[in-house]
Design a protein around this ligand. Structure first.
Ligand SMILES: Nc1ncnc2c1ncn2[C@@H]1O[C@H](COP(=O)(O)OP(=O)(O)OP(=O)(O)O)[C@@H](O)[C@H]1O
Ligand SMILES: [Mg+2]
Length: 319
């Protein structure tokens, strides 16, 4: 029996009221699929709000009174990830000291978010396919499957079709996961959302940072609208947080914004009127912009750039 199912509006509590048509379309899709147990694949660039949409779906579903657990599939090596997801029996591998149930069981009657699904190994993909088909899991080291009642939402910022072509992702798993695909549009494609998101984030950060009079100069908004936002809403949030801290008084002015927002050349991707730069220069310039946007976080930067962290490392070393 569900414990205190939340009223429908409460499902929107962690979402800013954003008006753009592309985002409203995303929300409408989420609203439609929420009541069903269908698997969902949420796609979109890094920082667009994929997890926020997953939370919305969970909160608007009949599973709302139970847990939604999230796992970043890209952050763990294969054995650890499998033990995290499916659980294990004591002694099944070094370090497995006692029996443990995995996230699928912990999120019973609730939802599991498999974040960065594009990063899982082919052998874990087989196991996941089994969960989707049979609705049962096998704890590592056990041979009798256990039934699970957990809704699966997967998210990725990678192109899974391309991963299928390259043999890194199973086609059957993609079809199973993508019964419904929800695309979250990048921030640059919905400029109308920048103002309401900014208001929402300023309020949220004002509480979190304990700066009651936090506000933003109008000229900052102009910069926000002109910028390309490779890191999307997360980058917007980070930019406001940084500026709030640097402002001292809580009055955010353009000089408190991160440098990439002040550099007109670093704004929208543009083509020089009299081209004179080599591809390498343009590439390094963009890499630097993205690194600034992620606060120097190379893993996140590599994701935005669509290259592996090793490739990014090499490019920076050869600079
Ligand atoms: N519509 C929105 N309303 C309020 N906050 C939002 C909205 N969209 C995104 N955010 C905020 O932006 C940040 C990034 O969102 P989220 O973690 O959902 O992105 P993501 O797409 O899962 O990113 P990644 O690809 O890096 O995993 C979070 O702090 C989230 O609260
Ligand atoms: Mg995420």
């Amino acid at each position: 029996m569900p414990i205190d199912p939340k009223p429908k509006d409460a499902a929107l509590q962690f979402l800013a009221a954003v008006p753009s048509q592309p985002f409203q379309h995303t929300l409408e899709m989420a609203r439609k699929v929420a009541p069903f147990d269908t698997s969902i694949l949420i796609t979109g660039e890094t920082g667009v709000g994929k997890e926020v949409i997953a939370r919305y779906i969970h909160s608007a579903s009949r599973r709302a009174g139970y847990s939604m657990l999230s796992v970043n599939c890209g952050a763990l090596p294969e054995t650890l990830l499998e033990s995290e997801l499916f659980g294990h029996r004591a002694g099944s591998f070094t370090g497995a000291v006692r029996d443990r149930n995995g996230l699928f069981e912990q999120a019973a009657r609730g939802t599991i978010l498999l974040d960065e699904i594009g990063d899982i190994s082919l052998s874990t993909q087989v196991k996941l396919l089994r969960v989707l088909q049979e609705r049962e899991i096998l704890r590592i080291g056990e041979s009798i499957p256990r039934k699970v009642d957990t809704r699966i939402i997967a998210a990725t910022n990678r192109n899974l079709e391309q991963a299928v072509t390259e043999g890194r992702f199973r086609e059957d798993l993609l079809y199973r996961l993508r019964v419904i695909e929800i695309v979250v549009p990048p921030l640059r494609e919905r400029p109308q959302d920048i103002l309401p998101l900014t208001d929402y984030l300023v309020q949220k950060l004002s509480v979190r940072l304990g700066i009651p009079n936090l506000r933003l100069d109008d000229s900052c908004l102009k910069r926000f609208r002109a910028y390309y936002w490779p890191g999307n809403v997360r980058e917007l949030e980070n930019a406001i947080e940084r500026a709030a801290v640097l402002s001292g008084t809580g009055e955010i002015k353009p000089e408190h914004l991160p440098p990439q927002l002040l550099d007109p050349g670093g704004s929208r991707q543009h083509v020089d009127s009299a081209p004179s730069r080599s591809l390498r220069e343009v590439e390094m310039n963009y890499i630097r912009t993205v690194l600034k946007a992620t606060g120097g976080h190379r893993g996140q930067a590599a994701k935005i750039l669509g290259i592996s962290p090793a490739t990014l490392w090499r490019k920076l070393k050869n600079e």
